[in-house]
Write a protein that binds this ligand. Structure first.
Ligand code: FAD
Length: 318
């Protein structure tokens, strides 16, 4: 069985939450193998093995942690040469998408973005044109380089050996960009990350003010959900910009998406319509959000949400 490479993103020195799903996707297509561009791969190999990687390709080029994206591309390119894989899978963060696209150019591969499902024969389901179309596609030539959206694949890969293979990327002379300083743009949150969350609760302009937006935050916390927002809510200053869901914000695909006081403009739908179950709370029964909602509640959100929260609390306590 040919190998399928997975680019591992690191968060605090550990494999990011997305790694489990990416390796599960790789197992659908072949034998999962992880690619890590970091000096700490030795310590990570056992964990990546538990998550399903039979092989862990690691590069430890000088300064790998202080360069933008190019170390990941160099590691992937070297791993492609070593493994001759049948596919490469990356996540959907900006860095992973860029690394995947650059790799596809380098190796003459077929870059497939916004993938929301895949089959053992290499056919993938993709969203295109901001979610206006769902398409089924397969690579016509070259290695498929697949950028997979979070929460697209169920299950996990079987635990494997995580055998470490060191890559030599010293001959890689691609131009690089060095990171000279970092700063945390927003305060770190205890909530799950928007991209990987199982449940997302988003608030829109219907909340009316920053003070009242707290209601959506309370609902999110009660459900252990990530917090999201429409662009109108962000622009009005109800919450931070990094919470924006949509065409010009984050694309999410959780199992449950709850839209509170959001009308359902096409640009918002582009970022959330692949969610498995969509619940909408809106006082206007003609709001377009109800066209894609699985469950719609027509009513004033300031009445509905507290009732909803009371019901959840009662169920939790019962
Ligand atoms: C190039 C471009 C890119 C864009 N990108 C994005 C993007 O990434 N993400 C995004 O979200 N938008 C984006 N937009 C903006 C988008 O077009 C909409 O303007 C925006 O999504 C509207 O946000 P909203 O639904 O919160 O506000 P509104 O459209 O004003 O809707 C508010 C809703 O709240 C309801 N409501 C009001 N009060 C209550 C109440 N008390 N109880 C219940 N319901 C109530 C109303 O009935 C209404 O449906 C983009 C626009 C452009 C042009």
């Amino acid at each position: 069985m040919s190998q399928v490479l997975v680019l591992v993103e690191l968060a605090g020195g550990k494999p990011a939450e997305s790694t489990r799903e990416l390796l599960a996707a790789a197992a659908v297509l072949g034998e999962p193998a992880a690619v890590v561009a970091s000096g700490s791969a030795k310590e990570l190999a056992a964990e990546l093995g538990r998550l399903g990687a039979e092989t862990v390709y690691a590069s430890s080029a000088e300064g790998a942690d202080s360069l933008l994206v190019t170390p990941q591309v160099a590691a992937l390119a070297a791993a492609v040469e070593a493994a001759q894989p049948s596919a490469v899978i990356v996540g959907s963060s900006p860095d992973s998408r860029e690394a995947g696209a650059r790799l596809a150019v380098r190796v003459g591969g077929a870059y497939q973005s916004d993938v929301i499902g895949l089959e053992a024969d290499g056919t993938v389901a993709q969203q295109a044109f901001g979610g206006a179309f769902n398409i089924t596609a397969s690579a016509a030539k070259g290695i498929p380089v697949i950028s997979l959206r979070s929460n697209s694949i169920d299950g996990a890969a079987a635990a494997a050996s995580g055998t470490l293979v060191q890559l030599d990327v010293s001959g890689d002379t691609a131009p690089t960009t060095e990171i000279v300083s970092r700063h945390q743009q927003t305060a770190a949150s205890e909530r799950p990350s928007l991209k990987a969350a199982n449940i997302v609760v988003s608030g829109g302009r219907g909340l009316g003010s920053k003070e009242k937006f707290v209601l959506v935050e309370e609902l999110a916390d009660l459900l252990g959900a990530a917090l999201g927002a429409s662009r109108a809510a962000v622009d009005a200053g109800y919450c931070e910009h990094n919470l924006q869901v949509g065409q010009t914000g984050t694309t999410v695909s959780p199992n449950l998406y709850i839209a509170v006081g959001i009308s359902g403009a096409i640009q918002h739908l582009a970022g959330m319509q692949s969610s498995k179950t969509i619940v909408a709370i809106n006082k206007d029964e003609n709001s377009p959000i109800f066209d894609i909602a699985d469950f719609g509640i027509v009513g004033d959100l300031f009445t509905v949400v507290p009732q909803f929260m009371d019901a959840v609390k009662a169920r939790k306590n019962g």
